[in-house]
Write a protein that binds this ligand. Structure first.
Ligand code: PGA
Length: 255
């Protein structure tokens, strides 16, 4: 199982895009483009193509996961998918607490926390997203909100469990808007998240924790973010939908 210990981790989030055929074709296109990547390359794909994508990605350096799970193993939860099911279909990680889940589907920190525990308990890694909305950003409440979201969505996790967690800072005002945060704001905010982690789990965990930036990342701006001291990776939405643009982001530090 892959170890994320303070490596660069570039994750693509396809959201609700791609049929099975489209996703398999994408993996065929992407594989040769990123085979020499110096970072970890992750793709969070829709449930319907998970098995096909995971099969296609076998024996490559691509790590496949999902964009959500439910907090139960099984039961009467119509329309939901469990960690057991996605693991069985080939997922190694899941995104949790994405801002679209929080805002459009009203997910709370408590629910996200239950899902994080479930994912980790079943051996999936978790990318846990936090980020403030525009109103909070303008009101200077970013740190207050991030502290609360981090403390609550990662509540009761042990230091050992934290080794399998990536935190993605995704300011809501930057997601899908073509208006990324500046690398300086992203660095400053991510350094703050690392401080919160240090207070909660100690310096050693905080130092090795992978912290990503997400929100309108593109081949043009990716390197500037990755060059920041505390930014260990990127969570990429729109620009991950084409194998070509995603590969440019993955390879931006080596070319
Ligand atoms: P975006 O999405 O790159 O399209 O802004 C990022 C995300 O939602 O993870």
């Amino acid at each position: 199982m892959v170890d994320f210990h303070r490596q660069k981790v570039i994750a693509g989030n396809w959201k609700m895009h791609k049929t099975i055929q489209e996703s398999v074709d994408y993996i065929k296109d992407l594989t040769p483009l990123v085979k020499n990547a110096s970072c970890q390359v992750l793709l969070a794909v829709p449930f319907t193509c998970l098995k096909s994508v995971a099969d296609q990605a076998k024996n490559t350096n691509l790590i496949i996961g999902t964009q959500n799970i439910n907090d139960h193993d099984h039961g009467a939860y119509t329309g939901e998918i469990s960690a057991r099911m996605v693991k069985d279909a080939g997922a190694e990680f899941t995104i949790l607490g994405h801002s679209e889940r929080r805002t459009l589907f009203h997910e709370t920190n408590a629910f996200i926390n239950a899902k994080v525990k479930k994912a980790l308990g079943l051996g999936l890694k978790a990318i846990v997203c936090v980020g403030e909305n525009l109103q909070a950003h303008k009101a200077g409440k970013t740190e207050e909100i991030l502290k609360k979201d981090l403390e609550e969505s990662l509540d009761e996790l042990t230091t050992d469990q934290m080794k399998n967690v990536i935190i993605a800072y995704e300011p809501i005002w930057a997601v899908g808007t073509n208006q990324p945060a500046t690398p300086q704001i992203a660095q400053q905010t991510i350094a703050f998240c690392r401080q919160i982690a240090a207070k909660k789990w100690g310096q050693e965990i905080a130092k090795s924790l992978v912290l990503q930036y997400g929100g309108s990342v593109s081949p043009e701006n990716a390197k500037e973010f990755l060059d920041q001291e505390d930014i260990d990776g990127l969570l990429v939405g729109g620009a991950s939908l084409s194998a070509e643009s995603f590969s440019k982001i993955v390879n931006c530090q080596t070319v």
